[in-house]
Design a protein around this ligand. Structure first.
Ligand code: NDP
Length: 288
């Protein structure tokens, strides 16, 4: 098989707003290089209002697949003619595949997170009492996968309570899933797993106050964002004695690997790239 011919003429992209910061072009290019597939993958900044048009221009220009990031994942789900069950349960799409002149949607965020936590970090998620902060596109993607991984009760807390209610309803598991307010947090007790799926650390307003009572000696904490955006939440978790913590870099690479496999039928190795990007981010965050 000629490597260049595999993806010849096909284009891939990540759509978001803003998207200039995205590591996805670099990750997919690196996967392509390691897999000997010539990958044309770019970042395309588009507002929610222009998303449909931008996507159809992209399809006309040979767009064969795309990732979708903040704040377009729910809109991407609505644009798809069909989607996987995990995308339907999330009501959000992070991976688009062009099939027969239509967009087919999938969501690799949740499986990407679970792979990072269970395979790379060897965290056992079973029966973990879990707090999910946020109910946006990322929270929607990870919640079904966490439930499938066997967590115990899942409490969803969001600044806009209607969004938390809508996510809890969509998950359709009232025995395990409960929507709560930020004001309820002091009364909720300790959690084994806390997932920050808000974008609060990206500077879009004050980081919400979180009581120390949420954490115990066996609690683990994960921020889906990475680099400087992950600092406020992870600093809070570490200062209050969590057992272990991580940012979302591993998830980012794993969800990308799953998207890559959907488009190119080949699953790339992720360990070397994770080590490279983690070292780079550690230097940036510490200023070394
Ligand atoms: P969305 O814009 O869809 O949702 C943002 C969420 O953050 C909403 O729940 C919103 O609450 C909440 N939020 C924003 N600012 C604040 C604040 N100041 N206080 C409390 N809550 C706040 O974004 P996504 O869900 O797509 O992304 C969320 C984060 O996850 C981002 O940082 C993103 O980079 C990261 N991410 C990482 C991935 C990875 O692979 N590692 C993949 C996907 C996302 P409200 O509804 O009230 O506005």
């Amino acid at each position: 098989m000629s490597s260049a011919s595999t993806a010849a003429g096909k284009r891939y992209a990540v759509f978001g707003h803003p998207v200039a910061h995205s590591l996805s072009p670099r990750i997919h290019t690196a996967f392509g290089r390691a897999s000997r597939i010539a990958v044309d993958y770019r970042a395309i900044d588009t507002t929610p209002a222009n998303f449909t048009t931008a996507l159809s221009v992209f399809a006309d220009a040979g767009g064969a697949g795309a990732n979708v990031t903040l704040p377009l994942k729910e809109a991407a789900y609505s644009l798809c003619t069909d989607s996987t069950e995990r995308a339907r349960r999330a009501g959000a799409v992070n991976t688009l595949i062009r099939r027969d002149a239509h967009w087919y949607g999938d969501n690799t965020d949740g499986p990407g997170l679970v792979r990072d936590l269970t395979d790379r970090r060897a965290w056992d998620l079973r029966e973990r009492r879990t707090l999910l902060l946020g109910a946006g596109g990322a929270a929607r993607g990870v919640a079904p996968a966490l439930l499938d991984a066997g967590i115990g009760a899942l409490f969803v807390v969001n600044r806009n309570p209607q969004r938390a209610d809508a996510l809890a309803d969509q998950l359709g598991d009232p025995e395990r899933v409960h929507a709560r307010y930020f004001d309820d947090l002091p009364a909720l007790g300790e959690f084994d797993l806390i997932v920050n799926a808000t974008s609060a650390g990206r500077g879009g307003g004050d980081f919400p106050h979180l009581p120390a009572s949420l954490l115990g000696r066996r609690s683990v904490a994960v921020d889906l964002s990475y680099g400087e955006s992950a600092i406020p939440f992870l600093a809070w978790a570490r200062a209050n004695g969590c057992h272990d913590s991580t940012d979302g870099l591993g998830m980012l690479i794993e969800q990308a690997a799953l998207s890559f496999a959907l488009w190119h039928d080949l699953e790339p190795d992720t360990d070397a790239l994770y080590a490279e990007l983690q070292a780079e981010h550690a230097r940036l965050v510490t200023g070394d």
